[in-house]
Design a protein around this ligand. Structure first.
Ligand SMILES: [Zn+2]
Length: 314
């Protein structure tokens, strides 16, 4: 298959890197495709050396891709899964609420919004003017969302006629093919003092070390970059951005990421129903509960970082 070749670190442009790990295509049909990740010796981000061209990515968002199927994949247990999605949206909404503090109204852009349940919650609970963008409209085309502006576009093609107080990127940035350009566009999209909330997988976490090539944070070939904290600080240049907060945990619970890796290892038939996996999952959740209690102490799989756009004085 036709592949691209990335030599320099996409985060800091360093030419010094070493082989880190190789995986098959994950959350996909059984395959022998090889994806090689390299670790930048400079900023310690890890990047995919041989990604597929952007225009063939659709081949990896099929029935095997669980997030697109949402709670429907869980058959008679779908209401439990819908409930956990709602809890996830609530955790995300609270982070936004914390960023905007006492503002009566504000504008928010969610990049890679998919099914816009998070924006629905923000609109309802925080009275925000909400915009969501995604390269695919699969997440919303069959429903009507009167109070949201939803646009099928990429960041590079998006030219909004307004500025935003908050931009959220929940598991988006690791997919991005044009990091430098994206960061510049995000800077332009934000209002003065606007904030950027980013959540991505953490390859330095315990689940990544433990699950190796099956860890779902690699998500090959969909994920191109796994960021280190240092990488973030290089990409979001301190002249233009101020670090507000960095956490070695996020809103997506680390158990879910770990469980997906466990399913990968046992060669899960992703395109099939997940119904028979429900009770084993509940059992695992209970058994591992004491371990994942330490999510806020040790890095378990997810990281969250918030930047504020600097105000320029001329
Ligand atoms: Zn680097």
């Amino acid at each position: 298959m036709n592949r691209l070749k990335i030599d320099d670190c996409p985060v800091c442009k360093s030419k010094q890197s070493e082989c880190y790990i190789s995986t098959n295509a994950l959350m996909h049909k059984v395959n022998q495709e090889e994806y090689r990740f390299k670790k930048c010796m400079d900023c310690e981000s890890v990047f995919l050396e041989n990604p597929v061209p952007e225009n063939v990515l659709d081949d990896y968002y099929t029935d095997n891709y669980l997030p697109y199927k949402g709670d429907e994949a869980w058959g008679k247990f779908k209401s439990f899964v819908a409930k956990s999605q709602e809890q996830l949206d609530t955790r995300r909404m609270k982070i936004v609420a914390n960023c905007i503090k006492n503002k009566k109204s504000f504008t928010i852009l969610d990049v890679g919004c998919g099914n816009p349940s998070f924006l629905v919650k923000v609109q309802k609970e925080l009275n925000a003017e909400c915009t969501g963008i995604d390269f695919s409209d699969n997440g919303w085309k069959d429903k009507s969302y009167e109070n949201l502006t939803l646009i099928k576009t990429t960041i590079s093609d998006f030219n909004p006629n307004m500025k935003f107080d908050i931009i959220t990127l929940w598991h988006y940035l690791e997919h991005d093919y044009h990091l430098e350009e994206t960061v510049e566009k995000l800077q332009n999209f934000l209002n003065t003092d606007g904030q950027l909330i980013i959540e991505v997988p953490n390859y330095k976490s315990i689940t990544a070390q433990f699950q190796k090539q099956f860890w779902q944070g690699w998500h090959s070939p969909r994920h191109l970059t796994l960021f280190s904290k240092n990488g973030f600080l290089r990409l979001f240049n301190q002249d233009k951005w101020t670090l507000v907060k960095y956490c070695q945990y996020g809103t997506l619970d680390a158990f879910t990421l770990w469980w997906l890796g466990k399913m990968e290892k046992k060669k899960c038939h992703w395109a099939g129903s997940m119904e028979q996996e429900f009770w084993p999952l509940v059992f695992l959740k209970i058994v591992t509960f004491p371990f994942f209690l330490f999510e806020k102490v040790f890095p378990m799989g997810i990281q969250l970082i918030i930047f504020k756009k600097n105000t320029f004085h001329s």
